[in-house]
Design a protein around this ligand. Structure first.
Ligand SMILES: NC(=O)c1ccc[n+]([C@@H]2O[C@H](COP(=O)([O-])OP(=O)(O)OC[C@H]3O[C@@H](n4cnc5c(N)ncnc54)[C@H](OP(=O)(O)O)[C@@H]3O)[C@@H](O)[C@H]2O)c1
Length: 333
């Protein structure tokens, strides 16, 4: 089969098309023909992992070490990127009961990646389920990563209707799902923070208020929130705290070891708490996301589609930082 592979870490041009062996499903696996996969944060990091020093990495040093060992120290060990996908089941293993050939599905591979290819095997109990009926393959491929992360993060917060939530980093891979789910599923009042170019995009996602981080510091505006979700963890807690209401919580999607100590400290002594959150993804979560998408609670926005063969161009486009929505690779048909 055709796949986009890379054998050296580096800039987008390390990605190239090659012929690789088509995977064969094991007894409890399904073989999926990939119609669309997206370009997300993880793909960009793994493609150039050698250049990502611990200080540039947004998570604790231990995670960086695990990442380097998993993905390869000097050269990539994972040769095909792509963690989220939409496609059609072409064959199933002898003991598969949940799926049959012809089923249209979408799913999430996480760090196992491998979706920049024509075919992919998934365990039938993995994070894969029927594609939302109201979405194209390209739209469906843009859903899993952001929606699964956002759902997992929001669940840790026990949000109440009417609470004020600020999403710092509302326009990237996870932020749009945080904004939409907080607003339409948890019925919170949502403020989205992003750069100037993406204010309209975040407003269109349903944010009640938008703030341009290049012009305004949300911690100095006098506005206060019940919850602040900081996707990149760029704002020190000492500053976020000023914008938190009494008993307010600041959830970091990206954090360093020092934040874990701050979390322990604030859980013991603080009125305002810091939470370092790790995501978890399940097939049940993806099923719920399908329902939310079909109900119109969650709507993916695709900025641009590229043919799978133009993955390098798609990575360049994402790196240029102009996208307003997901960038999707389509192909394998
Ligand atoms: N805890 C976990 O389990 C977990 C799981 C997955 C990912 N993560 C972490 O999540 C992060 C990736 O999230 P993502 O996919 O949403 O990233 P992304 O697509 O790169 O989006 C980053 C967002 O941050 C905004 N931003 C950039 N600079 C900012 C600043 N100075 N102030 C405020 N906002 C700023 C961007 O806004 P503009 O584009 O408008 O500039 C954009 O909205 C990574 O750090 C990753 O390690 C954590």
């Amino acid at each position: 089969m055709k796949a986009v592979v890379f054998s050296e870490y580096g800039p987008p041009q390390v990605l190239h098309v090659a012929e690789v062996a088509t995977p064969v499903p094991k007894a409890r696996e399904v073989l999926i023909r990939i119609h669309a996969t997206s370009v997300n944060f993880g793909d960009m990091v793994v493609r150039n992992f050698k250049a990502i020093t611990p200080s540039k990495f947004h998570m604790p040093m231990l995670f960086w070490l695990i990442g380097r060992v998993t993905f390869g120290l000097r050269r990539p060990r994972v040769h095909v990127l792509g963690s989220e996908f939409a496609g059609e089941i072409v064959s199933v293993g002898s003991r598969v009961t949940l799926f049959k050939p012809g089923d249209q599905v979408f799913g999430y591979r996480g760090p196992r990646m491998g979706a920049y290819a024509e075919y992919l095997c998934m365990p039938e109990r993995g994070v894969v389920t029927a594609k939302p009926a109201n979405l194209s393959f390209a739209e469906a491929a843009a859903v899993p990563y952001g929606a699964l992360m956002a759902l997992s993060m929001l669940r840790k917060l026990d949000l109440q209707p009417g609470q004020r939530v600020l999403v710092n980093g509302a326009s990237g891979g996870i932020g749009p799902s945080l904004v939409q789910l907080a607003r339409s599923h948890f019925h919170a009042d949502v403020t989205g923070v992003c750069s100037t170019a993406r204010l309209g995009y975040v407003r269109a996602l349903g944010a009640d208020t938008v703030i341009d981080y290049t012009k305004e510091d949300f911690t100095a505006s006098g506005q206060t929130y019940d919850v602040i979700i900081d996707v990149l963890g760029r704002t020190p807690f000492a500053r976020s705290k000023r914008a938190l209401r009494p008993k307010g919580r600041c959830l970091l999607v990206s954090f360093k070891a020092k934040h874990v100590f701050q979390m322990l400290w604030t859980s013991l002594f603080g009125d305002k708490r810091l939470i370092c959150a790790m995501s978890s993804e399940t097939q049940d979560d993806l099923r719920l996301i399908k329902v939310l998408v079909e109900a119109g609670t969650l709507t993916p926005i695709v900025d641009r589609c590229f043919p799978l063969e133009e993955a390098a161009e798609a990575h360049r486009y994402v790196e240029a930082g102009q996208r307003r929505g997901s960038v999707v690779l389509v192909g394998g048909t």
